[in-house]
Unconditional design. Structure first.
Length: 357
């Protein structure tokens, strides 16, 4: 299963509470037989400081495949093994900030749009203050994920290769026309040009609405995008079926059977829409929750340099407010993601079908 654990408190205990009379408080419960009642601790001694992993006596703990017996400082992307059945990927969003402060070269921070970043980091890193660990599989639902954005810092928006924030502002009443014009862009048939233009412009629209307009506007835009993507995919599927109407009865010995290169060229629009759907799915899953939380913190005027008691109390309030915001758009986002997943699967199935036939 995929689970995210936020390391928001200064001391986190991981273990298995086997004895009902055991009064020790376990923050993260695991249920394998080789997990001890007190297995290990995650400690952070100051806000924004590094996370220390402290194994308990006789506990099976590894970091990047090596056994851990004493306290060790964790770094982003460390793989932590607990017993024989649990693997976690550790993420510390403040790591790059600490490297920059210490004079080291910060790790590249990639936004959701690799075609616009060209694998270049933005000029100023986005600051988070809540570290997290999560299981190894790729994320399928990040609506519960929160990472604190510092007050008056760079928002989690798309950036150019030089670090400039990319924006697309428009009036709400013009949204239908703008979305129609975006979907009217011919990116499927031409080999030249930018095939991910549609998803890039749509993510800019989602970015603007989620940061500046109402939740109802965001819900509407999500459902509008889902409808247009589904229609575009169905249109291209119908066109390709019309080009190869008798594909089931084709005989390879027939002279009019299209070549493999011709079939692959004809399937390019499906692949382009599959790629655009993947980009939109990535943005909605990973980036949209961060933008909503950044907006929530900006409206509250919260920073990250606070005492632990204040930080913890505000974290609880922030989680409650963020959950309220997400609850208003969750159904629309889940429906949109379901449509995008269907489009991706359909495009893949159609490509395999026509190529193998």
């Amino acid at each position: 299963d995929f689970v995210i654990y936020l390391l928001a408190a200064p001391h986190i205990l991981i273990g298995q509470q086997r004895d009902c009379e055991d009064k020790s408080h376990v923050d993260i419960l695991l249920f394998a037989d080789d997990i001890l009642p007190n297995h290990c601790f995650f400690n952070r001694h100051s806000v924004g400081g590094p996370i220390m992993l402290s194994p308990c006596k006789d506990a099976a703990v590894t970091r990047n495949g090596e056994a851990v017996k004493d306290d060790v400082q964790l770094s982003s992307s460390d793989v932590i093994g607990l017993g024989k059945h649990y693997l976690f990927l550790f993420r510390d969003p403040l790591a790059s900030v600490r490297k920059e402060v210490s004079g080291a070269t910060p790790e590249p921070i990639l936004s959701v749009a690799p075609w616009i970043l060209c694998l270049s980091p933005p000029a100023a890193p986005t600051i988070h203050s809540t570290a997290m660990i999560h299981c190894i599989p790729n994320c399928t639902d990040l609506w519960g994920l929160t990472c604190k954005q510092s007050q008056n810092k760079v928002p989690p928006f798309l950036t150019s290769p030089r670090g400039h924030i990319l924006t697309l502002n428009y009036n709400a009443e013009d949204e239908d026309r703008i979305v129609k014009e975006i979907f009217a862009i011919e990116v499927g048939s031409s080999i030249d040009g930018a095939p991910l233009t549609v998803s890039f412009l749509l993510t800019l629209c989602l970015q603007y609405v989620s940061a500046h307009l109402h939740n109802s506007d965001l819900r509407r835009l999500l459902l509008l995008i889902a409808s247009h993507v589904q229609s575009a995919m169905w249109e291209w599927t119908t066109k390709i079926a019309a080009v190869y109407p008798g594909v089931k009865g084709l005989n390879p010995k027939d002279l009019d059977v299209p070549s493999l290169n011709e079939v692959i060229s004809g399937l390019r629009p499906l692949v382009v829409w599959m790629a655009n759907s993947l980009e939109l799915l990535q943005f909605i899953q990973h980036q949209l929750p961060l933008i909503l939380e950044w907006r929530n913190r900006k409206e509250k005027g919260w920073g990250v340099e606070e005492d632990w008691e204040d930080a913890e109390s505000k974290e609880v309030e922030n989680l409650a407010m963020l959950e309220l915001h997400l609850s208003h758009v969750r159904s629309a986002s889940e429906e949109t993601m379901a449509v995008l997943e269907e489009v991706i699967l359909l495009a893949f199935q159609q490509c395999v079908y026509y190529i193998t036939k």
